[in-house]
Each structure stands twice: as C-alpha cells, then as structure tokens.
Design a protein around this ligand. Structure first.
Ligand code: ZN
Length: 287
C-alpha cells in the first residue's frame, strides 16, 4: 500500500539521512526503483512530473501500475507516490487518482497566492492522509522550458510557508535541475543553514540532485535536507546503457531486439544508480 511521505521524512530528519525521490517514466523505471528499495530495505519516493504523467497515459494509469507492483513484487518497504512540481490543477487530479503525496509548486506565484493555495491543499491532504511539499524561491535549471542559475530562497518566506503545515519544503539553495553548468558556484550552505534555523524540524527537500558533488550532498543532509530528488541521472545512465547495447550490435544478435532484452541493460543501470544514491543518502536499512 502506498503511504504518505510524512513519516518516512520525519524519521529521516531525526536520523540525519535522506530519502531519495526517484522520478519514473515507464514500467521499467518503476520496477527497477521498487526492486532496489526492497533489496536495500530503504524507504523510497516515486516522483511523477506532469509531463511524465501525460506520457504514461495519465495519473490513474500510474496509480494502477504502482499499486499492482507493490502487491505482485511483494514490496514491504514504505513507498510514496508523489506528484513532482504540480500545478494547482494537477494536484487535484493526483489527489483524485490515488497518489499518496503531492508537490504544489506555487513558486512562480506571488507569495500571497502561493500561501492561499497551499493552505487549501494542506487541509485536503490532511483529510486524505497525504503528504504535501511546497516550494519557495524558484529552483533554477530547465523548469518549464526556462533555464536559470540556482536561486536562493528567502528564509523568512520559507518560514511562512512551513508554518502553514506542509510536510516538506523545497527551498532553492543554488541547486538547479538537469546537468550543472561548468561555472556553477555550488550549494549555498549559508542559505540552507538560515532556512533550517527558521523552519526547525521541517524536512527540507533538495531538488536537482544530478551532479551535485557527494561531499556537498552529505553536508546538505547534515544541515537538514531529508529528501533528495534524482531524475536526470537515471535518464543519463539508462540512455548510455541502451546506446552501448545497440552500438555493440546486440539487438541484431538472435532475439536481441526483444524489448525485454533491449531495455534490460538500461533497467539494470537504473538499479545500480538508485543503489549508489541510497547508499550516499544513508537510507539503506531504514525501512
Ligand atoms: Zn524539482
């Protein structure tokens, strides 16, 4: 059964480790992440962007697939199914479809409107036993087709949103989505420490986990980050492994064109990447 991310993240915050949110794109992705979480006895959050939701034929399809896997694969570790960067409308669609967690991304809205809509969603999520993530300060990188450098959130605004009763808070600390440019300045631990001081026990979320050096990830966890989003990194290793298979001509040997063979190296590559991240985040054995 899917669970809210609230409890797993509170435990992570108290235990000074982080739970990974791994975004899913299809059946292979989902199966690889769930199998790895179970094998490593780690809690896990499956992230679904609006684009991936459309790609997978809608939120209800995803809920059906994930619930089926939890049962058929005998998954016993805590699993949350989470909408990533949801608009107001997408949040409602996911609540209705049976997600266990949502992120309302009101970061582009005026702060007052962000607060109003967040308040409303806090109430609904509490009623449904779902968890809610809010974002303060826009996280850079390619979000909605706009590429920007990492911004830093205002700690006071973070406190305002945290106090509304959300379960986790994404604050920009110089992190960006996608691959980091060569001239990236690194995470702003000063901002993170200030946000942490204002928000106390609130689990903080680090978006754009791809390519942040391991030492910076560890330091961020020490300073209060309890959820880290990984998306691009799994895409890169999946593509590389698939490319290698095809370039070696394996799809032309015997039944190598069978999708169950063709997609296997990429799926195995995702498993290895998820394992590496869970070890780095410290969530292994914490289910
Ligand atoms: Zn994000």
């Amino acid at each position: 059964m899917l669970v809210s991310a609230k409890e797993m993240l509170q435990k992570a915050k108290a235990g000074h480790y982080a739970v990974g949110q791994f975004n899913i794109n299809n059946l292979e992705w989902t199966k690889a992440i769930l199998a790895t979480a179970q094998e490593l006895n780690s809690p896990v959050i499956l992230g679904v962007s609006e684009g991936a939701g459309k790609y997978m034929a809608g939120y209800k399809t995803i809920v059906g697939m994930v619930n089926g896997m939890l049962e058929e694969m005998k998954i016993t570790v805590p699993v949350a199914l989470h909408l990533d960067h949801g608009s107001y409308d997408a949040c409602y669609k996911c609540i209705e479809a049976g997600f266990s967690s949502i992120m309302f991304d009101g970061s582009h809205l005026p702060i007052e409107e962000n607060i109003e809509k967040t308040k409303e969603l806090v109430k609904i999520c509490a009623e449904k036993g779902m968890s809610l993530e809010a974002e303060v300060g826009s996280i850079g990188g390619e979000e909605d087709g706009v590429v920007g450098m990492g911004e830093c959130a205002d700690p006071e605004e973070c406190k305002k949103i945290a106090d509304l009763g959300v379960d986790m808070l994404a604050a920009g600390i110089g992190n960006i989505h996608g691959v980091y440019p060569d001239n990236w300045k690194g995470l702003s631990f000063e901002t993170l420490a200030a946000v942490q001081e204002k928000t106390g026990t609130m689990p903080l979320v680090l978006h754009g986990g791809t390519g942040i050096p391991d030492e910076q990830v560890k330091k961020a966890i020490d300073l209060g980050v309890s959820k880290i989003n990984v998306n691009t990194e799994c895409q890169l290793v999946f593509a590389a492994a698939t490319r290698e298979y095809i370039e070696a001509g394996k799809d032309r040997q015997g039944k190598g064109f069978d999708p169950r063979k063709l997609l296997l190296p990429g799926t195995e590559a995702i498993k290895a990447k998820v394992k590496e991240k869970m070890e780095l985040f410290g969530s292994v054995g914490k289910a």
